[in-house]
Design a protein around this ligand. Structure first.
Ligand SMILES: [Zn+2]
Length: 82
């Protein structure tokens, strides 16, 4: 199979992989692909860091997303009236 297809398959399952939400067999295949494919390795690494930072931020700020959404709306309106 061409490498490109493997990468696409990998990326389509990456969120399940990060959530540990896939069966062990698929997980094995994905991890084998990671060993062979530096591109996907970098991608997963970046994604993991992003998710981690995002979760840290969530914990620190501790604002419900609904409230944040309203806050952003207010800020956008502020920008428009300036
Ligand atoms: Zn790949």
């Amino acid at each position: 199979m061409p490498e490109h297809n493997l990468c696409q398959e990998f990326l389509s399952q990456i969120s399940d992989y990060l959530d540990n939400n896939i069966d062990p067999l698929t997980c094995d295949e994905l991890e084998k692909h990671l060993v062979d494919c530096p591109n996907c390795r970098v991608f997963v690494d970046t994604l993991k860091k992003t998710v981690y930072l995002y979760q840290q931020q969530e914990a620190d700020i501790n604002v419900p997303s609904e409230v944040r959404g309203r806050l952003f709306k207010v800020l956008n309106l502020d920008d428009l009236t300036r």
